[in-house]
Design a protein around this ligand. Sequence first.
Ligand code: HEM
Ligand SMILES: *[C@@H]1O[C@H](CO)[C@@H](O)[C@H](O)[C@H]1NC(C)=O
Ligand SMILES: *[C@@H]1O[C@H](CO)[C@@H](O)[C@H](O)[C@H]1NC(C)=O
Ligand SMILES: *[C@@H]1O[C@H](CO)[C@@H](O)[C@H](O)[C@H]1NC(C)=O
Ligand SMILES: *[C@@H]1O[C@H](CO)[C@@H](O)[C@H](O)[C@H]1NC(C)=O
Ligand SMILES: *[C@@H]1O[C@H](CO)[C@@H](O)[C@H](O)[C@H]1NC(C)=O
Length: 501
Amino acid sequence: MLAVAFILVLLSCGILAWRRRNRNKDEPPTIPGALPLIGHIYLFLGIDPQQLWNTVKKEVYRTMNAGGVTSGNIGLRKVYFVTDPDDCLKIANTCLQKDDFYKFAKPWVGDGLVTADLQTWKVHRKLLTPAFNQFVLDGFIDVLNRQAHRLVKNLEVEVDKGPFDHFTYILPNGLETTCLTVMEVDFSDGGLLNSEYVHATKNMLNSMVERLVNPWLYSDAVFNWSSLKRKQDEYVKILHNMSNTVLKKRKAEYLNNKLHKGTEYTTKGPKFRSFMELLLELTIEKGVFSDREIREHVDTMLFAGHDTTSTSLMYTMLLVGSYPEVQQKIFEELHDVFGDDDRDVTKQDLSRLVYLEAVLNESLRIYPIAPVMARKLDQDIKLRNCTLLKNRTCFLWAYGVHRHPMWGPDAEEFKPERWLDPATLPKCPTAFAGFGMGRRYCIGKTYAMMSMKITLAHVFRRYRVFGNHLLMVTKFEVMLKPVSGHHIAIEIRKKSVKNET
Ligand code: HEM
Ligand SMILES: *[C@@H]1O[C@H](CO)[C@@H](O)[C@H](O)[C@H]1NC(C)=O
Ligand SMILES: *[C@@H]1O[C@H](CO)[C@@H](O)[C@H](O)[C@H]1NC(C)=O
Ligand SMILES: *[C@@H]1O[C@H](CO)[C@@H](O)[C@H](O)[C@H]1NC(C)=O
Ligand SMILES: *[C@@H]1O[C@H](CO)[C@@H](O)[C@H](O)[C@H]1NC(C)=O
Ligand SMILES: *[C@@H]1O[C@H](CO)[C@@H](O)[C@H](O)[C@H]1NC(C)=O
């Protein structure tokens, strides 16, 4: 009897509290099916990453059909879903603070740029931006070519062997590349650290999703006592072992260089200072970063530098394998630029590979590896048809933005050609959100495009690729990842006699 009374009181309190929260007249439409107290939690409680992606994808389409903004309830907490590109732009540039959900990644990447609180981000982004300028990036072209050669060579064993998982080749290669360029350390001897690191990354991302679908674990006070936390601690130990190893090596080299070359080491113009040099200088000479902060920047760049480009390359190769006429056009462009030569790709070549770039853009549009971003609203925001309230979570869905009607009636289709005709492209700058939205966009965008173009130029010169992306099943593993159906097959293109001998 007492229990029933208690439940009734709880229920009515919940309904009252919930009503109060809904008093905003200008509220966007609510996703149907919210229950008292728990809201929409039952829709995603304990489900796996593949079910989670199916569930949220359905809500993304619902939001698009409802005019671009909806709201949902995680318990008593209200969250917004936004798929309208103009509204996303306004939100992204008004509120630069990432949402509390990003704290799930903090045991790993702390206050690195992706997860940093606004105050830290403002200072650190400005300090680190020079490490990704064109002068520094040009210095990577040789390494990127060498790594692309290695990948092409490694893929040889799969020629004419039928479908295989190309991601297992691309990912380790991508991690090596990030280490060689951004970190300036060489782990390409296939060290244990690499495969352990790759495993731990995947486990860590999955544990973050597990926390997401179990809302009682949102609070650190509860999470800290869970078995999931203990598992995460193990993954984090491996991940930090990698960043600490990188730092130890580079720190020793930095100090050694300084000792032998005196001031010469730091007289390199600021335009040419690489990420690692900049980090070490800011830490050792200027004391701007603490030991914890420098490690968090390394952890962030290690992950953001390799998993992103590798996953995008995987999708792009699958998509190109699915559209022979696209592949033919890529090959013709490559032939125009390189003839039958399999020489290195130069800086000048890069600006000529326009169609290849359109293919990359289009592939990121169809499969945005970061399908959603979340901001914490630090003020009320008036949008065209509604007002979003302060202190709430706002999910910005790149996946929906990329399918907005402003892309035209063929928005769901893979059509690289759309990028080549400015008249058919949307005018809104956030209509393409593959590299993020507004001022907190990806710091590595130019690096990533350059790296991916060089890799693909080597791959498509040498191989013809076959696949069918329509058979692919995807999941939400923080990033958009394939479950199955993503395999490709390759065969060698006929080369000129010169190259065969
Ligand atoms: C195809 C490759 C890539 C894609 C699609 C991509 C995508 C993105 C996206 C969507 C964001 C915004 C995340 C958010 O708002 O939550 C972002 C941020 C970021 N990316 Fe990338 N990225 C790529 C490559 C890279 C590379 C190569 C690096 C570094 C070497 C990098 C470093 C970062 C960093 C540090 C941020 C945080 C920026 C900030 O908040 O100031 N990314 N990226
Ligand atoms: C948004 O507002 C405009 C103008 O008031 C209206 O025409 C449009 O139908 C509204 N859209 C939605 C989805 O409510
Ligand atoms: C770091 O990794 C190396 C190589 O796998 C291993 O030998 C070492 O014990 C690890 N250190 C820690 C603290 O886990
Ligand atoms: C949870 O644990 C982390 C360390 O793993 C600690 O920094 C944090 O303060 C703890 N939070 C609470 C609320 O106990
Ligand atoms: C690819 O997208 C970027 C926007 O991120 C754009 O500036 C660039 O012109 C596009 N490239 C092509 C070839 O359309
Ligand atoms: C903001 O929201 C959080 C939960 O997301 C809540 O704990 C906090 O009390 C709220 N703050 C204000 C000022 O409403």
